[in-house]
Design a protein around this ligand. Structure first.
Ligand code: VG1
Ligand code: CO
Length: 549
């Protein structure tokens, strides 16, 4: 077939002014995405920013949320009209974010589109999103997302093939115009990759021993099929180990964010009578994870530190690691482990896209964020299933309860009490006023005392990428105290309603005798200082956070 004979429509369109990707892709309510030409304009802006689509290969999938099915058909037809040679699409449109990264890398595709608003709720009244990943399998870096945004503001047409919908429920290849649509198994390649990293025999012995019970909550989001295939089928964990394993378009009405607030069902099991030994959950698109022991919560910052300290138990890391990278608001627990190991550690802005260069350059091996994200150099996304398997590998090798492993870790390295306070859906102007007010104070804070705390340094975090020298400014206000405590404040880049203020609190406690406090109590003095500095109550009228994690 030749392009001239293809039934391509060039559709006139007008730009939307609000298509700037945030921390992780473009996220809006479903109804905004359903406006005429909205999705099409953004997808065409991605294609136009690629410097040519002809002959290229793209990976396409999503987390199964509402509107995925329609969006996939639209993108397939647009890709065909724009000259792509091949699209690998997950069966029924399913591909988790980490699995997409894996497939892009394995088949050397030119990029991928993930249809997900991650941990945001789904359904007709929920959110939708589009993430674009580049050929290293990772989220597009800022210079690319800015180019896409720029293009979206001037775009006046898009191309789409006039054709019937393609059946993507069966594996195999079919033709759409000149493009091959290849429907792939969403789990197979990713499962093989994970199997190559961990000691599956050892983990299988643990989960089939009858002496160890685990519970995994897929929150009716994308990890259900992955977890069933890997934990139950491949590793032999008893049927029923995976809860809420069916992917539902509205996630069963839940909020697929694996934390103590939204993963309530799992938390109740893990803190109830007869609690299992190990519990875990993942988010909407499978890149986040929460780790729980019996009546015990592992903060994501501690999880990264414990993984780093125990990396040699995992076959993939037996030869050592080059370095650890964490996002700026993530606690500094992993830094101390890196120092003891003699490996490098890095502090990057929030968002996985900032780890890509460090991983590509072999400077960092493990990465993590306080927002329930951990991952490594096997792909270029954070990886929920990977994190759960890493913990299972540690548990299988050490044969100790989760709580004991973490407490021993604190005894050796000290404990970073850590919490994040979110104020959601704040009126945008008021949220900006909070940031401006605090930013204005930063210059005069060093040396000042607040309660028992003395400010050691205060700045608006700017990051210079050590690989390509690119600079990202205004990445969060941080105030460090001389005793190692920190307060960080930034606005979320993933919300879809109003603005979300995030306050991150961290206090270091080296004394083992004082490592057993309740987190909020241990941070109470610092929380008081943060209220005084940030003036959230005065400037927004909010007297308490919406979500505490
Ligand atoms: C949040 C988290 C950030 C994470 C991002 C994407 O961003 O804080 O650490 O990388 O979500 O996660 P923000 O800007 O709202 O703080 V996900 O699971 O969307 O891919
Ligand atoms: Co996610």
């Amino acid at each position: 077939m030749n392009t001239d004979t293809l039934n391509v429509s060039v559709v006139e369109s007008r730009p939307f002014s609000d298509q700037r990707p945030g921390t992780s892709g473009l996220r809006k309510s479903v109804s905004e995405f359903q406006q005429a030409h909205y999705l099409e304009n953004f997808v065409q802006s991605i294609f136009d920013s690629l410097g040519g689509c002809v002959g290229r290969t793209l990976v396409l999938g999503g987390d199964g949320r509402y509107y995925n099915d329609r969006a996939i058909q639209i993108i397939l037809k647009m890709a065909a009209a724009n000259g792509f040679a091949r699209i690998k699409v997950g069966r029924a449109g399913i591909l988790s974010t980490p699995a997409t990264s894996c497939v892009i890398r394995k088949y050397r595709a030119d990029g991928g589109i993930i249809l997900s608003a991650s941990h945001n709720p789904g359904g007709p009244g929920g959110d939708f999103g589009v993430k674009f990943n580049i050929d290293n399998g990772g989220p597009a870096p800022e210079k690319i997302t800015e180019a896409i945004f720029k293009r979206s503001r001037e775009i006046d047409q898009y191309k789409i093939l006039q054709a019937a919908d393609i059946d993507i429920t069966q594996l195999g290849e079919s033709q759409l115009g000149n493009m091959v649509v290849e429907v792939i198994d969403p789990v197979a390649d990713y499962e093989k990759l994970l199997e190559s990293l961990f000691d599956f025999d050892l983990i299988s012995k643990l989960v089939t021993s009858g002496k160890f019970r685990m519970c995994f909550d897929a929150m009716h989001a994308v990890t259900g099929p992955y977890a069933r295939a890997i934990f139950e089928k491949q590793l032999g964990a008893p049927a029923g180990t995976v809860r809420s394993g069916e992917v539902l378009a509205d996630f069963g009405g839940g909020h697929p964010d694996p934390n103590l607030v939204y993963a309530r069902a799992l938390v109740d099991i893990m803190y109830g009578a007869e609690a299992p030994d190990f519990g875990a959950a993942c988010d909407g698109d499978g890149d986040r994870n929460m780790i729980l022991g019996r009546k015990f919560f592992v903060t994501p910052s501690d999880s990264l530190a414990v993984m780093t300290a125990n990396h040699r138990l995992v076959p993939a890391f037996r030869g050592g690691i080059a370095g650890v990278a964490r996002s700026m608001p993530t606690s500094r627990a992993a830094d101390r482990v890196a120092e003891e190991l003699g490996c490098r550690h890095f502090e990057t802005p929030t968002g996985w896209k900032f780890f890509g260069n460090l991983l590509d350059a072999g400077m960092a091996t493990l990465c993590g964020e306080e927002s329930f994200g951990t991952g490594a150099d096997h792909i270029r996304e954070k990886d929920g299933m990977w994190a759960v398997l890493f913990w299972l590998n540690i548990l299988a090798a050490r044969r100790q309860p989760v709580e004991e492993i973490v407490r021993q870790h604190w005894m050796k390295y000290g404990r970073n009490y850590y919490s994040r306070h979110d104020y959601e859906d704040v009126e945008t102007d008021r949220a900006h006023a909070v940031v401006e007010q605090l930013r204005g104070k930063l210059g005069g804070l060093t040396g000042k005392r607040f309660g028992g705390f003395e400010v050691g340094s205060a700045d608006d975090f700017a990051y210079t990428d050590p690989v390509d020298g690119s600079v990202s400014e205004r990445q969060g206000l941080r105030i460090s105290f001389t005793d190692g405590s920190r307060i960080v404040l930034r606005l979320s880049g993933t919300g879809t309603r109003g603005a979300t203020i995030r306050v991150y609190l961290e206090r270091f406690e080296p004394d083992a005798a004082r490592q057993n406090m309740d987190t909020q109590a241990a941070l109470a003095d610092l929380i008081a200082v943060s209220s005084e500095l940030a003036q959230i109550r005065q400037l927004t009228g909010r007297d308490r956070p919406t979500v505490i994690t």
